[in-house]
Design a protein around this ligand. Structure first.
Ligand SMILES: NC(=O)c1ccc[n+]([C@@H]2O[C@H](COP(=O)([O-])OP(=O)(O)OC[C@H]3O[C@@H](n4cnc5c(N)ncnc54)[C@H](OP(=O)(O)O)[C@@H]3O)[C@@H](O)[C@H]2O)c1
Length: 343
């Protein structure tokens, strides 16, 4: 642990859903965390962990390696975790800039910085963790801007042969009271509307964050590897809602499948709402026609390599909501048991 204390992690995208949980798990694991954030005020509210430094960045604008190299040098960064990813160009952002060009400029800067330091540091160590997504393997991925951009970055990163990296591809991510997929709130709705019947493997936010901290702690890290961070059980959206509701001891009157076209029509109407309303309810601006389409697409993969690499016990969705229902103390000790446990 004392070695980890010295290791400086630049986490780009420390706010939002996964970001603050990543910060917390990295801090708990003993890393020195520097968070690259675009909104210092939001970061001040969301990232309240001792010793964490905030660094203002903008992945829509910081497209040159020189900008990143100066930051890496100033903070003497050992490893970068890129958690930034946008699903659409809401708010005037460019998917190409945010999801591809800026992170690639950062990765190239890491290669320049550590290429020259290799001998001093005594060999290759893991330098980059890129948070990608499932869907990058769909045959028609290039037609859907979000996974297409993530796939493009993966390809470009993998061309940097001399840079030790791990690409993590999370499936749908959930956690009670966090993010947009609030299953504990959905469970209270008597009639649940859903799209698609394909299988997904939802994964707990903490499983990803603790897993990433463990990848960085490994003495002999996995390098230039792709890990599918998928949950332990494949299920349809309907099963996701039914399973979490049952664990929370809630029941529904009915489940209504909605045709994709109808769901897309509703999201088109939502997108016509004033920008301020869309921004205040993050879920709304993310709900575009592409997102609806992606929800109808199945995406499953074995989590074996992820579990082998992280030594984690997978977190089951029904266990999560059963423990959550028992109250904060039970839920926190459930998460602590994941932190402490090994496969
Ligand atoms: N949630 C899922 O189910 C899921 C599934 C698969 C993959 N992923 C991937 O996991 C990562 C985290 O997802 P999430 O659900 O936590 O998303 P999120 O809540 O929207 O967080 C995205 C992060 O990117 C930051 N960001 C956006 N534009 C930026 C810019 N121009 N400059 C700097 N930072 C910028 C956001 O900052 P602000 O807070 O200021 O907006 C936030 O920190 C993303 O890469 C996503 O693609 C998520």
């Amino acid at each position: 642990m004392s070695e980890n204390k010295k290791k400086k992690v630049l986490l780009v995208g420390g706010t939002g859903f996964l970001g603050p949980v990543l910060v917390e798990e990295l801090v708990l694991a003993g890393f020195q965390v520097i968070c690259g954030v675009r909104n210092m005020e939001k970061a001040g509210r969301q990232i309240a962990f001792p010793g964490v430094k905030l660094l203002k960045v903008d992945m829509n604008k910081d497209l040159e390696s020189d900008v990143w190299l100066a930051r890496l040098k100033e903070h003497d960064i050992d490893v970068v975790v890129n958690n930034v990813g946008i699903v659409n160009s809401f708010g005037g952002q460019s998917l190409e800039n945010v999801n591809v060009t800026a992170p690639m400029a950062l990765f190239k800067a890491m290669r320049s910085y550590h290429g020259s330091q290799k001998n001093r540091q005594g060999g290759d160590v893991l330098r980059i963790i890129q948070i990608s997504t499932t869907g990058v393997d769909w045959p028609d991925c290039h037609k859907i801007p979000y996974p297409a951009s993530k796939q493009k970055l993966e390809e470009q990163l993998s061309s940097l042969k001399d840079l030790p990296y791990v690409i993590v591809r999370p499936n749908v991510v959930y956690e009670p009271e966090r993010g947009n997929l609030l299953l504990e709130q959905i469970a209270k709705i008597p009639i649940i509307f859903y799209v698609g019947n394909e299988l997904i493997q939802p994964i707990h936010n903490r499983e990803i964050a603790i897993g990433i901290a463990r990848l960085l702690m490994k003495k002999d890290p996995v390098e230039q590897t792709i890990l599918w961070a998928t949950g332990p059980v494949a299920m349809t959206w309907k099963q996701v809602f039914a399973m979490s509701s049952a664990a929370l001891e809630k029941s529904q009157i009915a489940y209504c499948p909605v045709p994709l076209k109808a769901a897309q029509f509703v999201t088109m109407l939502i997108q016509k709402l004033p920008k301020k309303i869309l921004y205040n309810f993050g879920i709304l601006y993310k709900m575009d026609t592409d997102t609806m389409y992606m929800m109808t697409r199945g995406t499953t993969a074995s989590n074996k390599e992820w579990l082998d690499a992280t030594g984690l016990q997978p977190i089951r969705l029904e266990d999560t909501y059963r423990e959550y229902k028992k109250g904060t103390k039970a839920y926190n000790s459930f998460i602590q048991s994941i932190r402490d446990g090994s496969a």
